[in-house]
Design a protein around this ligand. Structure first.
Ligand SMILES: Cc1ncc(COP(=O)(O)O)c(C=O)c1O
Length: 474
């Protein structure tokens, strides 16, 4: 490692040169791809091999103190002596292997975004992962309005909560969040502790859309007490993405924060364009996206994005404690394994599948006297009507044929979450004209899965309709 490289590590990790030098004494080797990655901080066009990724992870972990391979020297001498209560000790070698020896986590108790002095390698890994994901979000997803990111080991819902908490710390007298209704529990639960005002949606054909007039009225009614508006861009039909651009204008006019739940919206270019437009026309403070849904890693992380560095810094400071870096290690490894072209390929494959998916779904539905819900403003989730009685049974029948992820929503079910009761829960509106089934054509879904799903749906609907007619005859 030459001097310029060490200097880059120092600034990237937010460390002192001495800290990096100490870590560097543990390092075993260097590679030109590693050097290029550290210097340019952009995702390589082509994915790396597992061996390359593992080598880099091991190299980075050697920069941390207390690394098991760095503890014993000359057979007996212990190099690092850990005298704190948290010294990155890991008992199981299986666990050591799983985390590549990166056991210090990320951040400091006062700020998840801060460098950890005991962990030069982990600190670099966190910063590098953030740069790589930001690069992919801009160059592959087209979400160019977002300039700053914080990758956190929290699900989407908890990340929304963290962002709101940071906003509340800034404006302590404001406690109300206006929420354009979307029947997904995590979003709603993220506002517990604050006062959520559920703003009703409205119908447009089969689509459940943002009710801008109701939002405007709620802003006027609750005035100075409103902290933020929360909108959603990815959801199950019949709900479609919120009119984020129009809401952004309202937020600007009324000086309230605008938080966007973009759980799995990164895979959808129209959603990215809509958010960019919102940033140009009005106000967007934070966008929260799931790591697993958008980047195919195990559940456990989210990416908080913002056009403003200050929002990200404040959010990092609101995180209580040090955090696990495991979801970031997964994201880092996955991004390097995909490369930019690999990820673009996945996005393109999804776009290819959605060109025919709705038509093919409609064909199956029509064979059984049903039809596709017409929801052009949702290009991830699709639905078909379900007529007759006992529709919930269809979901169980599909599951027993090894089809997961579909949702059957009967009419008129009521659900209470916290102190709020939602009428007709599932459809994001008090009244929807039909029961229905949804299926998502999401990132990572293969053509083979689509073919199999449509075949099994066809068979299951046939059997289901037969059961329906038999029970109506009896
Ligand atoms: C709109 C929306 N928000 C949030 C979530 C939940 O994400 P998480 O489990 O990461 O909190 C989902 C899950 O499907 C969702 O559809």
């Amino acid at each position: 490692m030459d001097d310029a490289f060490l200097q880059q590590l120092t600034s990237l990790g937010g460390l002192t040169r001495t800290q990096v030098n100490v870590g560097h004494s543990n390092a075993l080797a260097a590679h030109k791809d590693f050097k290029s990655l550290i210097i340019h901080r952009r995702l390589p066009d082509h994915g790396w091999t597992d061996a390359q990724i593992q080598l880099l992870l091991h190299l980075l972990s050697l920069l941390d103190t207390n690394h098991p391979q760095a503890l014993q020297q000359q057979n007996t001498t212990t190099r690092w002596v850990g005298m704190g209560e948290r010294e990155g000790r890991v008992y199981s070698s299986l666990v050591q292997q799983r985390c590549y020896g990166l056991s210090h986590g990320m951040g400091r108790s006062g700020d998840i975004g801060e460098a950890q002095p005991k962990a030069a390698g982990s600190s670099v890994l966190v910063q590098l992962t953030t740069k790589l994901v930001m690069d992919v979000i801009q160059r592959a997803c087209g979400l160019t309005s977002m300039k700053h990111a914080l990758a956190v080991p929290l699900c989407t819902g908890m990340s929304l909560q963290l962002v709101l908490q940071s906003m509340q710390l800034e404006r302590p007298h404001k406690r109300k969040v206006l929420w354009s209704r979307i029947d997904q529990k995590s979003g709603f639960k993220s506002m517990m502790g604050l006062e959520c005002i559920v703003v009703p949606t409205k119908m447009e054909g089969d689509q459940v859309i943002t009710n801008l007039e109701a939002l405007q009225a709620a802003l006027e009614e609750h005035g100075d007490e409103v902290l933020a508006i929360m909108t959603t861009t990815s959801c199950f039909v019949p709900r479609v993405r919120d009119q984020v651009d129009e809401v952004a204008k309202l937020c600007q006019e009324h000086d309230v924060f605008h938080v966007i739940n973009n759980a799995y919206g990164l895979q959808c270019p129209t959603v990215s364009k809509l958010i960019n437009r919102g940033c140009t026309l009005g106000r967007v403070d934070a966008v929260i996206s799931s790591m697993d849904k958008n980047f195919l890693v195990p559940v456990g992380g989210a990416i908080i994005l913002s056009p403003h560095a200050e929002r990200i810094q404040r959010t990092g400071k609101a995180y209580a404690g040090r955090a696990s870096s495991a979801p970031l290690v997964d994201l880092f490894s996955t991004l390097l394994s995909m490369g930019l072209h690999g990820y673009q390929g996945l996005l393109a494959e999804r776009q290819r599948l959605i060109e025919t998916f709705p038509t093919r779904l409609n064909e199956v539905a029509e064979k059984h006297g049903e039809r596709l819900l017409v929801t052009p403003l949702n290009s991830i989730s699709y639905g078909i009507t379900l007529s007759g009685s006992n529709v919930s049974r269809l979901g169980a029948m599909l599951f027993s044929r090894c089809v997961s992820g579909t949702r059957v929503v009967p009419r008129g079910s009521t659900k209470t979450i916290g102190s709020h009761t939602f009428e007709n829960f599932g459809s994001s509106t008090d009244e929807f004209h039909t029961a229905y089934l949804t299926a998502a054509c999401a990132l990572g879904c293969t053509e083979n899965e689509v073919d199999e799903f449509l075949k099994r749906l066809d068979k299951t609907l046939k059997e289901f309709k037969k059961k329906q007619s038999t029970s109506s005859e009896n």
